[in-house]
Ligand binder design. Structure first.
Ligand SMILES: *Cc1c(COP(=O)(O)O)cnc(C)c1O
Length: 521
């Protein structure tokens, strides 16, 4: 029972135990999150792992056997998980994976191909190549010239985008420009790649979280070297999409200006300016007839990041990196190992994907994507994207109609950002509560729901005053408007309850009223 995977004998039994334990754990949790908060979850998991209170290691000398270990740990793992399939689990770009993708993922684990050489992944090499071509075509790139790779996610894809841009420029004067709403992985990538010695230029956003193109233009005009502009298509908080056609034009202008100033020579356009589009969230709109237009301009990018473990319903990791520049991988190609790739093997027709990734051993995360694309088609995925978008629009209408809730941004994709404001202060024109108080109250609403295990709601800070906001990231197309309304009602009721205990947020009427009801200590 503890042999390596033999999918002809042990696996059906162990998968059966796993599915039963998943059901058991989900039932024991009974909601989107385990009740009790971090210490209770920690103790439950440590007990299941056999970690004793005196901090003995969870590694026993003698194992307990596969059925016992699986049954106990899978059940505890499920009971202690945040369940993205629960309609009230709505904090993050954390999707409920499709059953078909999870089943396909099992085949990947069982066969265990590795994409760093053809002889470890004969079929997977072709699957990845075809998936990349299909997604390149979806994004409007020429699939016969485009190249790309499946990555661990938007962060790795952004790192690759900046790496290829740096290689294309090949000058220390290169500088990264991003909006204030860009993902943290951009600055991390700049640091890792040594691009941050000239600080990343942060362009302010407008009141809808989009990069201010006018300010980008001014910043580029003041820079005399190659530029990498990072556009965000689907900001992590607001889901806003930077004006891609304007950014394409801004990068073109920058190239033209540099070409003009520099001694004549064969400057390749990508050596002077590079547009990377981080569509880790918004890329899902490409599946939707209704929303795809939001991404027009993406086909003119020099590189693109997509993430199918967001609006694509894949188990993580399912990142995608695409570039229309087929020969753009010099840094990765520079380091070689004969045991993995050789020119004569390649000449003899053995393809290699080794230089498509900074990783060596690389799981075939392309496979669940391939099965999903075949199973649902663009239309099936597009319908799911539209359903999430509709839920977010519904949520925004409900928020607008509730005087205790304030919407921070209009809906672009499938997120709503808002905050709770106590009715006594919202209704009166007198002194508003100190901003710090509202921040605390909103943070407390979220923590209260987390500890109760009732709902997983996101939080962030936005706007010029960096106010704490709550956030619903709606990635579950099977959730209904009624689920969303009930969740918003729970948030507002929790806010009312917390505010009624806080003297600084209460006026005298509320005090009296609360005392009359006798409900407030
Ligand atoms: C999620 C996200 C990322 C990071 O992607 P990972 O898959 O978590 O690495 C990057 N950019 C944006 C806009 C995102 O929403």
């Amino acid at each position: 029972m503890t042999r390596p995977v033999d999918h002809r004998s042990d696996l059906p039994e162990l998968v059966g135990l796993t599915l039963a334990a998943l059901t058991d754990g989900n039932r024991r949790r009974g909601g989107p999150l385990p009740r009790g908060g971090p210490s209770q979850v920690r103790e439950a998991i440590r007990a299941t792992l056999g970690a004793s209170p005196d901090r003995a290691s969870m590694l026993p000398q003698e194992g307990i056997g596969a059925p016992a270990a699986l049954t106990a740990l899978v059940s505890a793992f499920a009971a202690g998980s945040a369940d993205p399939a629960d309609p009230w689990c709505a904090a993050h770009l954390h999707c409920p994976p499709l059953a078909v993708a999870v089943a396909a993922d099992l085949a990947v684990s069982a066969l265990n191909p590795s994409l760093d050489s053809w002889d470890q992944a004969p079929a997977a090499t072709t699957v990845e190549t075809e998936v990349v071509a299909a997604l390149a075509e979806l994004a409007g790139l020429d699939p016969s010239r485009a190249s790309g790779t499946i990555t661990t996610g938007g962060s790795e894809s952004n790192l690759l985008g900046l790496l290829l841009a740096r290689d294309a420029a090949n000058e220390p004067t290169i500088r990264v420009f991003r909006s204030a709403a860009a993902h943290l992985s951009i600055d991390r990538a700049a640091t890792i790649l040594g691009l941050a010695s000239r600080p990343v230029v942060v362009i302010p956003t407008d009141d809808r979280d989009r990069m201010r193109v006018d300010l980008l233009g001014q910043a580029l005009a003041a820079h005399d070297g190659p530029a990498v502009v990072v556009a965000t298509a689907g900001t992590t908080d607001a889901g806003a999409i930077d004006p891609l056609p304007d950014l394409v034009a801004a990068v073109d202008d920058h190239r033209a200006r540099l070409r003009h100033r520099r001694p004549p020579g064969g400057h390749r356009p990508e050596s002077l300016g590079w547009l990377h589009v981080d569509a880790a969230y918004g890329g899902g709109a490409l599946f939707s007839d209704r929303l795809a237009e939001l991404l027009s301009g993406i086909a003119q990018a020099d590189s693109v990041a997509l993430d199918l473990h967001k609006l694509g319903w894949q188990p993580a990791a399912a990142g995608v990196f695409l570039t229309p520049r087929p020969d753009g991988w010099p840094s990765l190609r520079a380091a070689q190992a004969d045991y993995l790739r050789s020119d004569d093997d390649e000449d003899a027709g053995f393809p290699s994907l080794l230089d498509r990734s900074p990783r060596t051993t690389r799981r075939a995360d392309c496979f669940p994507i391939a099965v999903t694309l075949r199973a649902l088609g663009r239309g099936g995925l597009g319908t799911r994207v539209d359903a999430c978008h509709e839920l977010a629009r519904h949520a925004a209408r409900t928020i607008r109609a509730d005087h205790r809730l304030e919407l921070a941004f209009p809906v672009t994709l499938s997120t709503v950002v808002f905050r709770y404001r106590p009715p006594s202060t919202a209704a009166r024109s007198g002194e508003p509560p100190a901003p710090g108080r509202l921040d605390q109250l909103n943070a407390e609403i979220r923590r209260t729901l987390l500890v109760d295990g009732r709902a997983v709601v996101g939080r962030t800070r936005t706007g010029p005053d960096r106010a704490v906001q709550l956030k619903l990231t709606l990635l579950n197309p099977d959730a209904t408007p009624a689920h969303v309304d009930a969740l918003l009602a729970l948030i507002a009721a929790t806010g009312d309850e917390l505010a009624s205990r806080d003297h600084d947020l209460r006026d005298d009427d509320m005090d009296e009223h609360a005392t009359d009801e006798g409900g407030v200590p």
